[in-house]
Design a protein around this ligand. Structure first.
Ligand code: PGA
Ligand code: ZN
Length: 420
């Protein structure tokens, strides 16, 4: 292909799924245009790149006018006339920002432009987003196993559950459509159960039901019963995101249920849950500052994946330390925790180099943008976490994966789940 140059950069305010302002950026080269929308977290890790907010009176301080002005000003000035080489342009934006946490330009501003640039390059090359991104990655593509949120708690719901996410993981299937269809069957069974028991059908931020009651063990028992009744024993397992930083106090310990537990007592409880409920994966079981508990837990060789989200925040230096100190066994990948596609791909490459499974993830405040679905396929991600099969900002990612699987049928198909 001939060289393409950036001819236009702009951005405007949009809303995310919680009705909070976010950013859509657009870049243009010749006849090709690409745009990208960025998501936003609620249980945001303290080590994440900074999302720049106006802190003015509008939108409870969450306006994005300053971040937009950076795209329309400094970032546009930097990019106009440059050759369309997204990895290089990401590095130029990182240098222009010049801070460790992207607090000058804002990680929300930088990421919106970054994703739009990678998309634009795919369009100019006349390939799909995942085809283009894959050319920067080692290894095979695959369709990821979905980790499907079924019950929301913590800061994602207004119920009494302190645990943030209960997920079902349909790993025992030969293709993505069969897997997500089986998960849908379990969700429908839960829906009927809630209706029959008069519990109502409220959902949380990620589309999972917001149950009454505060006992996580009862919830897991119910979900495993529904999985068994649907005939998927051994093919669908449970996973949790505890988001434990949200209920940790260095003096009092952890509060996963109605009472505070000391770190040792809490660690034993989590270990028991893994065994009793056949958990396949457990994310952020400990606070991001309580590194000793992560290391003690790993020393017990738990039978599930131990996933660092707030602990690693998609940042290679934090992951490197986690690998050396055996703090976890897998990493959650959220592009907006680091702020560019380039750095996201580097972090994934590091995980791959050490045979660490990585899980591509949405945020609790998300949009209809489906970039993470393409990112998961391109990088051969073993898993993706993108909410329940409910609410369009969640379903859009699953629908994109169904589209990719369907379109690949004529070309020999795509493997479901990674080999590792
Ligand atoms: P967040 O939740 O987007 O609110 O951080 C998702 C997660 O913790 O994995
Ligand atoms: Zn998490």
């Amino acid at each position: 292909m001939g060289k393409y140059y950036i001819e236009h950069v702009d951005a405007w305010m949009i809303f995310d799924s919680r009705g909070v302002p976010s950013i859509c950026a657009r870049v243009i080269s010749g006849a090709f245009k690409a745009k990208a929308m960025v998501p936003s977290g609620a249980s945001t890790g303290q080590f994440e790149a900074l999302e720049l907010r106006d802190h003015a009176s509008a939108f409870k301080g969450k306006g994005v006018d300053i971040a937009l002005s950076h795209i329309r000003g400094l970032i546009r000035e930097l990019l106009l006339g440059q050759p369309l080489e997204p990895a290089i342009l990401d590095q130029k934006m990182i240098a222009l920002d010049g801070t460790a946490d992207k607090s000058y330009l804002g990680a929300n501003a930088i990421l919106a432009v970054s994703i739009a640039l990678w998309r634009l390059a795919a369009k100019c090359n006349q390939v799909s987003d995942f085809d283009f991104i894959q050319s920067y990655c080692a290894g095979r593509r695959c369709l990821p196993v979905p980790m499907i949120n079924i019950i929301n708690g913590g800061v994602h719901a207004t119920n009494e559950l302190n645990i943030q996410e209960f997920m079902i993981v349909p790993h025992g299937f030969s293709d993505f459509k069969a897997a997500i269809s089986a998960a849908s069957e379990v969700i429908l069974r839960l829906k009927s159960h809630l209706q029959e028991t008069g519990q109502g059908l409220l959902v949380g931020d990620e589309g999972g039901y917001s149950l009454q009651g505060s006992d996580p063990a009862k919830v897991m028992l119910l979900l495993n019963t529904l999985i068994d009744q649907a005939g998927f024993h051994g093919k669908i397992n449970l996973a949790l995101d505890l988001a434990a930083s949200e209920y940790y106090d260095p003096k009092l310990g952890y509060r996963p249920v109605d009472q505070w537990l000391g770190p040792k007592e809490y660690l034993d409880l989590v270990h028991r849950w893994v065994k009793d409920f056949g958990l396949i994966s457990i994310e952020d079981p400990f606070a991001d500052t309580d590194e000793a508990s992560w290391e003690q837990f790993m020393a017990l060789s738990p039978s599930c994946l131990v996933v660092g989200d707030d602990l690693f925040v998609t940042q290679s230096d934090r992951l490197q330390k986690g690998i050396v100190r055996k703090q976890a066994s897998a990493i959650l990948i959220k592009p907006n925790q680091v702020g560019t596609v380039f750095e996201t791909l580097n972090c994934i490459a590091l995980a791959k180099e050490h045979n660490w499974p990585f899980i591509i993830s949405h945020r609790s405040g998300d949009t209809e943008d489906t970039f993470i679905a393409d990112l998961a396929v391109a990088t051969g991600a073993p898993m993706i976490k993108t909410g329940s099969i409910a609410r369009s900002e969640r379903v859009s990612k699953y629908n994109r994966l169904l589209e990719i699987e369907y379109e690949a049928m004529d070309k020999g198909g795509i493997q479901y789940g990674s080999e590792s």
